[in-house]
Design a protein around this ligand. Structure first.
Ligand SMILES: Cc1ncc(COP(=O)(O)O)c(C=O)c1O
Length: 392
């Protein structure tokens, strides 16, 4: 092969998911006959519910295989707006709903229309790693604000106030959060929003784990006004990761620019997925999703005390998503090595803290409860054995 040109310099700022290395090793061990408990996987173990699958089949049979409008299938945009009204009591103009290829597509569009080179975006560390990269790709600077159990691993109005600079444009929060599963209350969000407004910036709220909340705290940031961006997805609550479908709700003045950019980058989100997603809001489908939510809650209720009983410290109140972010400093100051050994010795796969930022990652491990309770029990038994063998 002839000498290829070097990769663009921006690629130096894009880090891999370290868990992929562990996942590859877990798969290798599995292929060799070892039993592996998967607590690293960031997607529901449940398949897409039947009504959505059937709607997808129908869409294919009816020849729904062409492009759709860049902003999304009008009926789906209306359905999404209707869902906010029915479930959260928020009136929303469907014209502000933009359907995207996963919420990843929404995040890319939002950063692209907002961020000039050098502009800053504040976000919690630990946090979802791709957010940093979306900012970096458009030449902006992600400012990782360290957060811990004292603030439920979330940004606060005071932290935002402290970190704000003249060239800050936006604050990103996620509720429930990945990797910690913690929520922001309406009051906390409103306080952050007030600071962001007073500084002339914009608040971006990632609600992709909305619906997966255990106890109180269900809601949407859209109730705070129409001058913020809300990101959402069919991936997690709706169990449709592989369909690659998400959406965002944007301030009305941004719709035209987002549509123009979506035309250029994506043309449209996947057509079959959009027709299938219409069925996602049917009462029968929502009933299936409610059963799954309860199953996740039962898993959380098992795993949280089991891990703290072993000596992991889990701060904040992990009341959503399907993650527990555990401080493992009682056992190690190298969580990556810890995860690797745990996998090799006991066949338990977890995600090391370094996938989520720079704030004491070596002291943290993320456990995902995306597997059933018997498997979680097995995982905990293996962990106990592992810790009994010199990791205390
Ligand atoms: C917080 C958060 N935001 C966004 C995404 C992107 O998901 P998708 O593109 O499947 O909607 C994920 C996926 O894990 C996530 O955890």
């Amino acid at each position: 092969m002839h000498d290829l040109p070097p990769l663009a310099r921006r690629m130096e700022g894009i880090r891999p998911f370290y868990v992929m290395e562990l996942l590859a090793r877990a798969q290798e061990l599995e292929a060799a006959g070892r039993s592996i408990v998967h607590m690293e996987v960031g997607e529901p173990d449940f398949p897409t519910p039947e009504p959505v699958v059937q709607a997808g089949h129908r869409a294919l049979e009816e020849g729904r295989t062409h492009y759709l409008p860049a902003l999304g299938l009008p009926a789906l945009r209306e359905r999404i707006a209707g869902f906010y009204r029915e479930r959260y009591g928020v009136a929303l103009d469907p014209a502000r709903v933009v359907v995207t290829p996963g919420s990843s597509g929404a995040l890319q569009l939002a950063m692209s229309v907002l961020i000039d080179p050098g502009a800053k975006v504040l976000m919690a560390d630990p946090g979802y790693p791709c957010n940093r990269h979306f900012v970096h790709l458009v030449g902006g600077e992600a400012v990782n604000v360290p957060v811990g159990p004292e603030t439920g691993y979330q940004l606060t109005a005071a932290l935002v106030e402290q970190a704000w600079r003249d060239d800050t444009r936006a604050v990103m929060v996620a509720t429930p959060s990945n990797p910690t599963g913690t929520l922001l209350s309406r009051g906390q969000l409103a306080a952050i929003q007030a600071v962001v407004r007073s500084r002339g910036g914009i608040l971006i709220v990632d609600e992709i784990y909305q619906g997966l909340v255990y106890g109180d705290g269900q809601g949407t940031a859209l109730a705070l006004g129409d001058d913020l961006v809300v990101i959402n997805s069919f991936s997690k609550y709706f169990g449709m990761t592989g369909w690659r479908l998400g959406w965002m709700v944007v301030p009305e003045p941004w719709v035209e620019a987002i549509g123009r950019l979506a035309q250029n980058i994506f043309l449209s989100a996947p057509t079959v997925a959009q027709y299938a997603a219409l069925a996602a809001f049917e009462p029968y489908n929502l009933a299936v999703l409610e059963q799954r939510r309860q199953a996740f809650q039962a898993r959380r209720d098992f795993l949280l005390p089991a891990l703290t009983g072993l000596g992991f410290r889990i701060g904040g109140v992990p009341a959503g998503a399907f993650y527990l972010y555990a401080d493992c400093s009682a056992f190690t100051d190298d969580s990556f090595g810890f995860c690797r050994e745990l996998l090799e010795q006991e066949g338990v796969a977890t995600t090391p803290g370094r996938d989520f930022g720079f704030n004491r990652p070596e002291r943290h491990v993320r456990f995902a409860y995306t597997t059933d309770i018997p498997m979680l029990e097995e995982g905990v038994a293996r962990l106990e054995r592992f810790l009994g063998h010199g990791h205390r």
